[in-house]
Design a protein around this ligand. Structure first.
Ligand code: GLN
Length: 479
């Protein structure tokens, strides 16, 4: 049962080939069995999920179901959920249970999906390896001596190890696409504003975007449909019609113009040629495009994201939310010790960097400059989309690296997002897809689309997956 995609499970549940209860018993047994070695779940939702599965079975019996009733999903532990803790993999929130449900998880819940648990991540989504989690690193199912990527590493590992057919993730600078590539799964980062951020713990609000991680593109389309759309509770969520994403998956790519951004292919060690030739066979024409400011994306991001994080994380003061130190001497001591004890090293580094660049005298030199660069990067993409319909590039510079390999060197760690960050700065959608193996480790590509053009990305990704088998490969130890 664990090998099925969401679409396959949907058919089996509707045909009543097996009950929801038996499906969840099976998945929860696997999760308990494998979580000891993978550490991809922070919280397993055993009893509650089984109760909901029984209710779903009743709903099937009564014929009162939606397309998603009884389907399993895992949520990154950054989405507020009422029945489970929301920790953001931080000591700061280790004992926090939200009094409300995020829009994304509420929408999935309302449509009948059942959450198997909350997945491990880098602390407050800051990282590229899942090693900054207070609950310990998550492992890559393809090789447990390697990282699954981050920050949505737990979601990626759980889907790759077939502990859940799908999971949510968030992508501020690559956190859906990079772990998807490292774990050989499909990951969609929608256009900024396409999906509500309400109830998603904020890291860098102008960059954060919720998305989905699945085994194939058809499932990503199904889930995007369920979570996309305007939300009055999120002022940055877009009032833009939501098309039927599944309806256009089979459209022909004949005549579509595929752009290859030159700077993404310089000294590239990941081989994307096999995938590019499939797109050519499918009738797409291939063009080289320039993104002249791409190299500036990492430095601009590491000014903007920490600046926003230093502001967003100021709410964790030991008073209203999160960890509070024991016996504070006075208010200053309460703030100081609660924050020193509650946050890990990477989060503190970002808060310090962000507070510095926002301070008087440095604002113009760093923050304003970075915003100007951001605009130039966005303009590069706008110009590129005048001559092509979508872009293709790598997700990562390498395959999954070893645990501990980059932990002592933040700069090298920051560079693992060199191909993904510009897309967040521009606010564009991108779809990560498995595209082969190097030394037995999965590699991934990303398709980048114009604003709100998720339908074309999903169409192109689905067409690629109709012709190839990369997305069907699973790690042998977890079959
Ligand atoms: N790795 C990047 C960072 O550490 C991106 C994180 C993310 O997308 N949440 O900021």
């Amino acid at each position: 049962m664990h090998q099925f995609t969401l679409s396959e499970l949907q058919q089996h549940l509707h045909a009543r080939d097996f009950s929801c209860r038996s499906l969840f018993e099976h998945l929860l047994t696997r999760i308990t069995q494998y979580n000891t070695s993978l550490n991809c779940f922070i919280h397993i939702n055993s009893d509650h999920a089984l109760q909901q599965a029984e209710l779903a079975d009743k709903a099937f019996h009564q014929g009162n179901v939606t397309a998603l009733t009884g389907l399993p999903i895992a949520h990154k532990d950054i989405f507020c959920t009422q029945h489970m803790p929301t920790t953001c993999a931080s000591k700061m929130l280790a004992n926090f249970t939200a009094p409300y449900e995020s829009t994304v998880t509420a929408k999935l819940l309302d449509q009948g999906m059942i959450c198997v648990g909350k997945t491990n991540m880098d602390e407050f989504a800051m990282g590229s390896s899942n090693e900054s989690s207070f609950f310990g690193p998550c492992k890559n199912p393809w090789d447990i001596s390697r990282v699954p990527g981050g920050s949505s590493g737990g979601s990626a590992a759980a889907v790759a190890a077939q502990l859940t057919p799908a999971a949510t993730g968030t992508d501020t600078g690559g956190s859906i696409r990079q772990p998807a590539a490292f774990c050989g799964i499909t990951g969609l980062k929608p256009t900024y504003g396409r999906v509500s951020r309400w109830g998603m713990v904020a890291f860098a609000s102008s960059l954060d975007q919720a998305g989905v991680m699945t085994r194939d593109v058809a499932d990503a389309a199904l889930l995007l449909q369920a979570i996309a759309g305007h939300d009055a509770k999120d002022a940055t969520s877009a009032i833009h019609p939501v098309p039927n994403y599944s309806a256009t998956l089979m459209q022909s790519l004949a005549g579509k113009r595929l752009g290859l951004p030159k700077p993404m292919f310089e000294n590239l060690q990941i081989d994307l040629e096999p995938a590019i030739s499939v797109f050519k066979q499918l009738g797409a024409t291939v063009h080289s495009v320039d993104l002249p400011h791409l190299a500036l994306s990492v430095p601009a991001y590491y000014v903007i994201a920490p600046a926003e994080c230093s502001s967003n994380l100021s709410r964790f003061d030991g008073v209203r939310f999160g960890h509070r130190c024991k016996d504070p001497a006075d208010l200053q001591d309460l703030y100081q010790r609660s924050r020193s004890e509650g946050f890990g090293a990477e989060v503190k580094r970002r808060i310090l960097m962000g507070t510095y660049t926002l301070s008087t005298g440095y604002y113009d030199a760093y923050y304003k400059k970075a915003q100007q660069i951001r605009r130039l990067i966005q303009q590069d993409f706008i110009d590129a989309f005048k001559s092509v319909d979508f872009l293709l590039g790598p997700c990562t510079p390498t395959t999954a690296f070893k645990l501990g390999e980059k932990q002592l060197d933040p700069l090298t760690m920051y560079l693992s997002d060199i191909y993904t960050i510009a897309i967040n700065l521009a606010g564009l959608p991108a779809l990560a897809l498995p595209c082969g193996f190097q030394q037995d480790l999965p590699i991934g590509l990303q398709l980048i689309g114009n604003f709100f053009d998720e339908a074309l990305l999903l169409n192109a990704g689905h067409q690629l997956q109709q012709q190839t088998h990369w997305h069907k490969a699973t790690p042998a130890s977890f079959n």
